[in-house]
Design a protein around this ligand. Structure first.
Ligand code: NAD
Length: 499
């Protein structure tokens, strides 16, 4: 049993609150570590240290800050396997998927190496007689981020890399369910040359989060997690005068048009619906085939593919398709929702309820489920299941399909499978959802674009990573300067007596 720590002031610090939470190995169901849950005092101490360290970092030229990011990229690649192993063992995702988690964070760090270019301001020469005007992007000061369990490497890096590149100090409050990788990342940033106190990890739960939201020195809060908590954090943080961006839950629809390549669509649905046990905010959880014939053919293609899925622990090799869900509570919630689907009249085509893995009977594995004939009033449609459960809602027409996605309260991602450019173009233009795939099931934008949903999937105005991150983590100051004519008109050489 490991006792995990906080990372405060450049060193691992034991928790002092006396409160901890269990960190599981989801594959075996065993508790493998205790995560300290910080008190407000522990958080306050980190803020004091951050506030002291930040001005010198902001005054360090951006090229030097970028060099720290360059070295960090090298260290992430050096330690890739070690990070992925720690990540899989606490989260449960497969080893290749854990590497992907690190990689998609690393790519944002690479983007942040462009800080000197991205932080350049604006200048107007001669805005009036003898007047120049210029804008600078200045660091905010101390920033904080609160992250979910499902991407314990990528999402912290999405936040702290741009925040630090802009000259801020950053306090990370990662998920208490898989806190080891965030602690390793903070160590690696210091090994890369980041001065102590600029990236700190304060583990905890609501108490630490509330202390962040109420702390007057913290200037901005980034949050990624479920929608009810996103809404709460946005409200409390904004009313305390902070800059806040919160990314919430999802219910991503994939529309399958009658002209789609159904083998391609079925393959895509398998990866997007069941990969990472469905615990991705960009997972496809609703398939919307257009027309009964499309639906029947799609189900026919999905069933054998689902039956072939290999579910197992990350230690069982790279051909495992997905692992366990994160906790026993998550498993219980998923199976509870499956039961509501049956009770409310959906057709359970593939039933994963009795799934059990020899030698891992106590692990949090959930077999794959496929529902057909789901209707919009059912709980399995309105709620985010966040598990390996794909639901099918049959639509009679393209209009009905697009309306379904548009009327859902979440608006994170969506996709359309079709060979018709006109339908795809119309879909991309009209849909009220932030990230759209055309024959691409999980349209997660790359690091140099921005990531963010609409509707109840996002609270705030600026997206994550890409150019928006450099706006979120800086403040603009605009200077108007006038220099009256002076010495260049000619010096005065005679000694003048004062009148
Ligand atoms: P969660 O909301 O339970 O937890 C997220 C963070 O909030 C954690 O750090 C947790 O400690 C903290 N938290 C939990 N309860 C809190 C409370 N009552 N008060 C204050 N803080 C609290 O989410 P999760 O289960 O870790 O992650 C899964 C969710 O995140 C899903 O809904 C998923 O869709 C969403 N998600 C969204 C995105 C996105 O970009 N939109 C990305 C990844 C995950």
């Amino acid at each position: 049993m490991k006792d995990l720590t906080h990372y405060i002031g450049g060193a691992h610090q034991k928790g002092t609150s006396g409160r901890t939470s269990d960190v599981y190995n989801p594959a075996t169901g065993e508790v493998q570590a205790q995560c300290p849950l910080a008190s407000a005092e522990e958080l306050n101490r980190a803020v004091e240290i951050a506030a002291e360290a930040q001005p010198a970092w902001a005054a360090t030229n951006p090229q030097r800050r970028a060099r720290v990011m360059m070295e960090f990229v090298r260290l992430l690649n050096r330690d890739m396997d070690k990070l992925a192993e720690a990540l899989s063992s606490e989260h449960g995702k497969t080893f290749p998927d854990a590497k992907g988690d690190v990689q998609r964070g690393l790519e944002v760090v690479e983007y942040c190496i462009g800080a000197p270019q991205l932080l350049k301001g604006e200048f107007t020469d001669g805005a009036g007689p003898g007047i120049d005007m210029y804008s600078m992007k200045q660091a905010l000061g101390v920033c904080a981020g609160i992250t979910p369990f499902n991407f314990p490497a990528m999402i912290p890096m999405w936040m702290f890399a741009p925040a630090l590149a802009c000259g801020n100090a950053f306090i990370l409050k990662p998920s208490e369910r898989d806190p080891s990788v965030p602690l390793m990342l903070a160590e690696l940033m210091e090994e890369a040359g980041l001065p102590k106190g600029l990236l700190q990890v304060v583990n905890g739960d609501k108490e630490a989060v509330d202390a962040i939201l109420d702390h007057p020195v913290i200037q901005s809060v980034g949050f990624v997690g479920s929608t009810p908590i996103a809404e709460y954090i946005y409200g409390r943080g904004c009313s305390n005068g902070k800059r806040v961006q919160c990314f919430g839950g999802a219910k991503n629809h994939m529309i399958i048009m009658p002209d789609a390549d159904l083998d391609q669509a079925a393959d895509a649905l398998i990866g997007a619906g069941y990969g990472a046990a469905g615990e991705r905010c960009m997972a496809i959880s609703v398939a919307v085939p257009v027309g009964d014939e499309t639906a029947d053919r799609l189900i026919e293609k999905l069933v054998p593919r689902i039956e072939k899925l290999k579910v197992g622990p990350y230690t069982a090799g790279d051909d495992v398709d997905y692992g366990p869900v994160v906790t026993a509570a998550a498993k219980e919630k998923i199976l509870g929702l499956v039961q509501t689907g049956i009770d409310q009249g959906a057709e359970l085509v593939v039933d994963g309820r009795d799934f059990s893995l020899q030698g891992y009977e106590d692990g949090f594995f959930v077999g794959p489920h496929l529902f057909d004939k789901v209707t919009p009033d059912m709980d399995i449609y309105t709620q985010e299941i966040f598990g390996p459960v794909l639901t099918t809602v049959r639509a009679a027409s393209y209009e009905e399909a697009i309306s379904l996605a548009m009327d859902h309260e979440y608006g994170n991602g969506t996709a359309i499978y079709t060979r018709d450019g006109d339908a795809a173009r119309d879909f991309a233009n009209r849909i009220n959802i932030g990230m759209v795939g055309i024959n691409v099931p999980i349209p997660v934008p790359l690091a140099y674009h921005t990531f963010g949903g609409w509707k109840k999937s996002m609270f705030g105005d600026l997206n994550q990573h890409g150019p928006d991150a450099f706006k979120f983590y800086t403040r603009t100051k605009t200077v108007t300067s006038r220099w009256p004519s002076g010495i260049k008109e000619g010096g005065e050489f005679n000694f003048k007596a004062m009148d």
